[in-house]
Design a protein around this ligand. Structure first.
Ligand code: GDP
Ligand code: MG
Length: 162
């Protein structure tokens, strides 16, 4: 069985950009407005140390209703299906209450998870990371999904456990 990696996080943090890079596709829609990926989307991980499945999700803000609730349910389901969750956060925007809610959810469900600080291109990586230490995540990566920076070393580290 290939390990299943779910990408979760708030809308617009770069999940679909990372998904496209991991699957070497242009399939997942990337946009400047949040919430474009309503359903979860599965892809075949390519070019890493071993094959894997990656799930892109629409994003979680916390307290969703209506269509946003449907989108959030997809994210919750993806987390359930995953062997490991990559929680993406925006290194430029800094810590958001929704990030804390997602971490709480992962802890309550004993889910194996890593924190991924994205969009570190052109900013101070250490400053960006420090905003997220309070989440208390054991494993943290800094990446720039749009440039591919840090992506392959992150994925090989994650896959080493499987
Ligand atoms: P999603 O809603 O989490 O799937 O986010 P998207 O992948 O659609 O990306 C949202 C926006 O962030 C898009 O404009 C992307 O081009 C941009 N973005 C994604 N990754 C990076 C990155 O590493 N650096 C920068 N500067 N922008 C990024
Ligand atoms: Mg998306």
């Amino acid at each position: 069985m290939k390990p299943v990696i779910a990408l979760v996080g708030r809308p617009n943090v770069g999940k679909s950009t990372l998904f496209n890079r991991l699957t070497r596709s242009r399939d997942a829609l990337v946009a400047d407005f949040p919430g474009l990926t309503r359903d979860r989307k599965y892809g075949e991980g390519l070019g890493a140390s071993k094959p894997f499945i990656v799930i892109d999700t629409g994003g979680l803000e916390g307290g969703e209703q209506g269509i946003d609730f449907a989108m959030a349910s997809q994210s919750l389901q993806a987390m359930e299906e995953a062997d490991i969750v990559l929680l993406l956060v925006d290194g430029r925007a800094g810590l958001n209450p929704a990030d804390i809610q997602i971490v709480d959810h992962l802890r309550r469900n004993n889910k194996k998870a890593c924190l991924v600080v994205n969009k570190i291109d052109g900013i101070d990586e250490n400053v960006a990371n420090s905003d997220f230490y309070s989440l208390g995540m054991d494993t943290m990566f800094s990446i720039a999904a749009s440039q591919g920076r840090g992506v392959s070393s992150m994925i090989d580290y994650v896959l080493a456990d499987f």
